[in-house]
Design a binder for this molecule. Sequence first.
Ligand code: 4AD
Ligand code: MG
Length: 440
Amino acid sequence: MTPDRFYIEESSKHDGKQVTVRGWVYNKRSSGKIKFLIMRDGTGFMQCVLFKGECPEEAFADFDKLTQESAVEVTGVLRKEPRSPGGYELGVKALRIVSIAEAYPISPKEHGVEFLMENRHLWVRSTRQWAALRVRSEIMKCIEEFFYARGFIRFDAPVLTPSSCEGTSTLFSTPYFDEKAYLTQSGQLYGEAGAMAFGKIYVFGPTFRAEKSKTRKHLTEFWMVEPEVAYADLEDTMQLGDAFMEYIVQTVLERKASELKLLERDFSKLQSIRGTFPRISYDEALKVLEKNGVPLPWGGDFGAPHETALGKEFGGPVWVHHMPSGIKAFYFKQSDSVGGEGVAGTGKYALGCDLIAPDGYGEIIGGGQREERVDTLKRRIAEHGLKENDYFWYLDLRRFGSVPHAGFGLGVERTVAWLTGVEHVRETVPFPRMPGVLRP
Ligand code: 4AD
Ligand code: MG
């Protein structure tokens, strides 16, 4: 690849110059002596115009052979044209066919979701999918930038694990020679080992949940980024989450504005994501739910209607903290009162914090403070019906220099969905994995 290779997204640098677009036919139309080719080259979309007399006869003949998604190289002069998708159009001088595509299954008309999912390998070329996945890529970059800028070490956790992190009901198992392994549900437990070794780390990778839930926010394979910090508590975690979300949202707004426009995302709500999100305890959340006509008995976990009601009430993301211990994993530090953090009492509350996104996108961050005392942790492991032996190394972290520590996990796909305004998480990852979906 030559360093001066032209890409559509860099058109403004080449105004008035001759360039070659190497790409694919997105659409075409003719009107008399003018022929229009909408090209995509992966970085953007551009209108290319063929005028009779301005380009060779054979280019005109070749134009007629072009089918949707045929590969073609088009050379011409770039000029500003506000009506063209990227703000520039190409006055074509030459056209070279690279390959003629067979009848393309995805036409500009409407298709059913099932059909599009079967053709996901082609669907990713369509404008909305393309835009959403470019936003995803930017979010991935923002995640790395944010943590590197703050001195975090990236600490990679294994995908094949011997035991559960988030409860045994959603484990995918696989033979591992003569024993059984599980696909990781979360890298957190390993991240805690990393926090004790490096002070502040983040785990980042794919995670798996054998969840049969067919909802707009559940995947069986999703990406999670999990910071973990030594000498940190619940409050520190929410502060880190606030700064993290602000960085992601504001940076994506700045760098991926045209993709968000293409997705018709309303910017105003995202622009106001700055500083701290409102925080309410679980107990307070129950009052809000009651008031909004979706009451939940104490001890119940939020479902979609509850999350939607919280989003409506606050008009943006909201932290819910101090949840009932009964609905939280074994590793949470507990408290007998809201605000009574660190007190070992009845353990009614878990020192957890979930960030609930508005408009039904659900919980995008789940985190909290970890139990740092070895005896309490052993009791919790037993209470959850887990085998202490499986967690020998995790307990060691409490035996050798234990300190208060905390962290969270942010689900990438839900974050992409919320930021882009895409309805379903299946459109926020190149090849989604959901119950019943394993192909392509
Ligand atoms: O709340 P979760 O289960 O928390 C954990 O796994 C912790 N160990 C994280 C930590 O503290 N280090 O999951 C964290 C986030 C959720 O808030 C959600 O965004 C996402 O992961 N998530 C899912 N995303 C898509 N599909 C699913 N089935 C998801 N389950 C969780
Ligand atoms: Mg959670």
